[in-house]
Design a binder for this molecule. Sequence first.
Ligand SMILES: Nc1ncnc2c1ncn2[C@@H]1O[C@H](COP(=O)(O)OP(=O)(O)O)[C@@H](O)[C@H]1O
Ligand SMILES: Cc1cn([C@H]2C[C@H](O)[C@@H](COP(=O)(O)OP(=O)(O)O)O2)c(=O)[nH]c1=O
Length: 750
Amino acid sequence: MANTLGDIQTVLRIRPFRRLWTVLGLASFGDWLAIFATAGFAQSLFDDPAAKGAAFSATIVLRLLPSLVLGPVAGVFADRFDRRKTMAACDTARFLLIASVPTVYLITDNTAVTVAWLAIAQLCIEGAVLIWSPAKEAAVPNLLPPEKYEAANQLSLATTYGIAPPLAFAVLAILERGSAVWSNLGTWAEPMVIALYLTAAMFAILAVTVYFFIPEISGRIGEAAAKTSSVWHDFVEGWSYLRTSERVRGLIVGMLGAFSGAGILIGVGTVYATTLGAGEAAFYTLAVFLFLGLGCGIAFGPKLIGELSRLRWFGMSIVLAGTGLALDAVAPHMVFSVIGSLIIGLGAGMAFLAGITLLQRETEDEIRGRMFAFIAVSARVILMLSMTIAAPLAGWQAARSLDLGFADVPLSMSRILLFIAAALVVWLGVTAFKSMDDKPGVPVFADLWSSLRGRPLTAAEPVAGTGFFVVFEGGEGAGKSTQSVKLAAWLKLRGYEAVLTREPGATDIGMRIRSLVLDSAPENSGGASTPTPRAEALLFAADRAQHVDKVIRPALERGAVVVSDRYIDSSIAYQGSGRALGKDEIAWVSTWATGGLKPDLTVLLDVDPADGLHRAKAGGDGDRLEQEQLEYHEKVRETFLQLAAADSGRYLVIEAGGTPDEIAARVRAAVAERLDIRTRTTRTETGWPGLDATRNGAKGNKNPQHDTTQNDTAPHDTTRNGTGKPDAAPTAQSTKDYGWDTVAEEASRP
Ligand SMILES: Nc1ncnc2c1ncn2[C@@H]1O[C@H](COP(=O)(O)OP(=O)(O)O)[C@@H](O)[C@H]1O
Ligand SMILES: Cc1cn([C@H]2C[C@H](O)[C@@H](COP(=O)(O)OP(=O)(O)O)O2)c(=O)[nH]c1=O
């Protein structure tokens, strides 16, 4: 889903969307024009500078008010009626209302009447906007396939906030300048009068375009227009949807966090800027960087994060914005504040884009309008509330400074408020992240880091069973085979279904891969039949994929204990480190191959390579890898030890110098602790299972006392493989020799 200009071009090739986008561009251009033209018009009605200022802000406040009253039902409109008709009706209303303002002005000489009508018109215009927007937002998904939502939103946001406002300003400026030329033409040619008529005309065009040229906006709703439920019912339904859908709720929690942070930031902004001692310009500099961050977040965010889960991206972006706020709160110097503001902008921009896209994706068509209306209204309310609370508080200049040793941080109310905002935003961001996470268990930073590098981590495929997975790792001759046999035998004799297996070569295909990758090339082949390092890595990964799917997962799902001689770590050590292919890359390939299946316990048998090789070769030449230089095996050992150190809870590292029995005892203790084995179990209770190649005998039951039946099929063997027989044929059980002494030995243990 990496968005590039190419993606945006594809979106624009979809005709109904292209038309909607044009409409949207015109509408936001009209909106900005309307906002500033009416405010400018209101100002022009007064001469006194104070009255001018009050008139300007009053018109803006008037536009915010209706959302409180009308907001809750605006979404119901968008979901209840044909969205195309709703939009066209709102555009017609806006056309009439905006045109009426200068008309009233031209007809009457009474300023009071004009002002009163302006106020009423403002209220109604905002009402129309409130109904129009959710209808529009909800319509977008009906015109596009889901994977295009993000690019479409990038385009819409860029148009609404990037292109439309400067254009609107430019038009107003041209009209102001130009008015000098035609000032003798009379009242109707005053710049704001022309601007308002122009804006009105634009909405007339919009109404016609939407109604006649984009029938697709109607979507499914158009057909299902015959609704019988009441408006109240629809409203309540919207609320209960919020409560039941955890993802949507997370989304809303996050958005509200972001908006409250934004409100506090706006409220304290000017006062905060003065604490930086960088003069008047500080505030504007910070604002510029904030908007720069916003723009960059929206424009480049998706490209940057690549395939990272959008559900995760949303929460992470909000936390990022919170971090920016915190940085601003403690910034000892203007430079840090600038960086902080940039980060806030980045986070907020990405969260905004991700939020809209997710809301489109996660909500069904019938309910979408209400969700967008809910967000729009609560955003306004929260923004206003936090602004009005924060602004007067910020004024309390209890300025002191905090000595951090290396820098003096001025301590003022505005900074404290920023810090509270930061904490709130981070907290809500984390809450949102948790309730939306679609990859539970995948470490957050590793996921982010791999996504930035173009290799997102996938969530581990769950194992539907209670099995236990033990892996033996270590260099050549460390005693892995010896120990895995001992452990498996011991487990079997305690009533567990122990599946002894190994890599490479535990399956049919695996056996063939094993010989491809390990057989030494014939003397005269000139190395032509030796796999290259990358091919070798992929062959091991292929063997592992087959092994996991056909042997390990089915066994774990039955509840068995799987004991494997080597697993992923061997690839990381031998190919990643030994062959210098990169440990992360190899780990990623193997994680992909195994669907993220990790061992519950890895026993690392650590042996000095020289000793190990000596043991392993025992007279012969060894396989192709055993013939590598000692230096290669040193690197392998080093990597095993690093892997174990990085995740000590999952590893048991044993110095392989002891006798096989000593080592086996430590392994048993570790496994027993994790499996919570009751040592009461004896041979007579479980029967003598015999250790032949076929899987019979003890059940994969962790409660051996109840193991009275001798069952051929394990009790939980119901799942995935019900249809096809696994090709598990030659598991290690048939290729390794258990040896009766091992069995007898293990049987006599406590
Ligand atoms: N703890 C030990 N001390 C001495 N020799 C051992 C020990 N464990 C295993 N061996 C011997 O070392 C050789 C290699 O053991 P093996 O279990 O096949 O190692 P791996 O599977 O790690 O290559 C075998 O001949 C085995 O008998
Ligand atoms: C599983 C695996 C093994 N190997 C190598 C290590 C061994 O040299 C070889 C075969 O392993 P193995 O059969 O365990 O041999 P041994 O018991 O003699 O140690 O394959 C890798 O290089 N990458 C891997 O992913």
